[in-house]
Ligand binder design. Structure first.
Ligand SMILES: CC(C)(COP(=O)(O)OP(=O)(O)OC[C@H]1O[C@@H](n2cnc3c(N)ncnc32)[C@H](O)[C@@H]1OP(=O)(O)O)[C@@H](O)C(=O)NCCC(=O)NCCS
Length: 347
């Protein structure tokens, strides 16, 4: 059986080669571009040591579990959380129990093991190992143009008909609404964002600690995408933020509202940020805005702001080890804050 031990710097080449075999050339190139940032520069990675477990058979690497350490707020305490991300086993060694050994080693070493947006194989393995399954994280779309409802597999005539039928809805939900607080674009997150997080942490039963160090690493220094950050400012104090970017997809242009934070009870504040993102999306000529939200308060305000809930494929599993939680804890996720900006979903 394989030994599972922590990653060593001289594993890099063999891990890259295995990654290419398992996930293909393009994904491997993407991973190589992000690697230093993702695994070494994470501020929750003391000493810059990547939180990666390697399965070895002699000198051969046959699997890895690469993870993202985060500080996780869980019911008024903080635990050492860890997003499981790039897990892989060499194709000829799959379905022989190695994945299970990797998952269990990771889980034994962290205060909460978390998975988001899983492949079918890893989702099934999480289920087999009985990880609490709380997902998927609901997905919301706000249409902005008549192209918003296009589907690449539908014939042109059907797409035209759907566009015509849905156009009145689009006009209604996408109309410009006034901003009711100050919103500023900021290049980085200063200490006021840490203060904001600390003032709001108790409002969430589960959420990654969104302090300035984490936010700057995640959204201001990512090497693979460029984000815009809008800060909500009230009486000179930071009261929220929205992180977003515009992208081309086969169905048209989309603005992704990747991450956000306000007091979930601050209806005016959150709606103001959403209205700001509407304007930015229209300016970028986007056909729609897409976002993911788990918290019931944010979901309600999204719906009130013209977003429709659509099918989500962003599965979410979590197992808390670092503090006592009852099985009932996993059944009510209304006060949990999880977005597309969590884990490495936006890549
Ligand atoms: C996911 C992965 C790491 C699991 O490793 P593994 O060594 O095959 O897993 P194990 O042998 O310990 O466990 C097998 C269980 O995993 C699940 N599983 C693994 N591969 C599967 C597949 N292709 N289809 C469906 N379920 C699968 C099943 O629950 C399976 O149980 P079963 O054999 O009794 O049906 C491995 O399949 C892999 O590298 N897949 C390709 C990369 C990938 O999808 N990574 C996840 C990214 S989120």
């Amino acid at each position: 059986m394989a030994d599972v031990t922590r990653y060593r710097p001289d594993d890099r080449r063999a891990v890259e080669a295995l990654y290419r075999r398992v996930f293909g050339h393009d994904a491997a190139e993407g991973s190589r571009l992000r690697w230093e940032w993702q695994y070494r520069r994470n501020p929750n990675n003391p000493g810059g040591e990547p939180e990666i477990w390697i399965a070895r058979e002699g000198t051969t690497i046959v699997g890895q579990y690469a993870t993202m350490p985060v500080r996780l707020a869980v019911a008024n305490t903080e635990v050492k959380g860890s997003w499981g991300m790039d897990v892989m086993v060499a194709p000829e060694r799959q379905r022989q129990g190695l994945g299970e050994v990797l998952f269990r080693t990771w889980d034994r070493n962290v205060g909460a093991s978390l998975g988001l947006g899983l492949s079918d194989a890893s989702y099934r393995l999480f289920q087999k190992l009985r990880w609490p399954d709380v997902g998927p994280v609901p997905c919301f779309v706000k249409p902005l143009s008549r192209r918003a409802f296009r589907h690449p597999r539908w014939p042109v005539a059907i797409n035209r008909l759907v566009s015509a039928l849905t156009f009145p809805i689009v006009l209604l939900v996408s109309r410009t609404r006034p901003l009711r607080a100050e919103v500023r674009l900021v290049p980085r997150f200063d200490d006021s964002f840490t203060e904001l997080w600390e003032s709001l942490a108790s409002k969430f039963d589960v959420a990654v600690r969104r302090d300035a160090a984490y936010l700057n690493w995640k959204f201001a220094s990512a090497p693979h995408v460029r984000y815009s950050v809008a800060a909500l400012v009230r009486n000179g104090k930071t009261a929220g933020y929205a992180v977003y970017r515009h992208a081309h997809e086969s169905r048209g242009r989309v603005t992704l509202l990747v991450d956000f934070l306000t007091d979930p009870d601050d209806e005016t504040g959150f709606k103001t940020l959403l209205r700001w993102v509407d304007r930015e999306a229209r300016e970028a000529d986007s056909d729609k805005i897409r976002t993911f939200a788990l918290h019931a308060g944010f979901r309600r305000l999204l719906r009130k702001s013209g977003y429709f809930q659509v099918k989500s494929t962003m599965e979410f599993v979590i197992k808390v080890n670092g503090t006592d939680v009852t099985p009932a804890f996993y059944e009510d996720t209304d006060r949990w804050h999880v977005t597309l900006g969590d884990s490495d979903q936006d890549r």
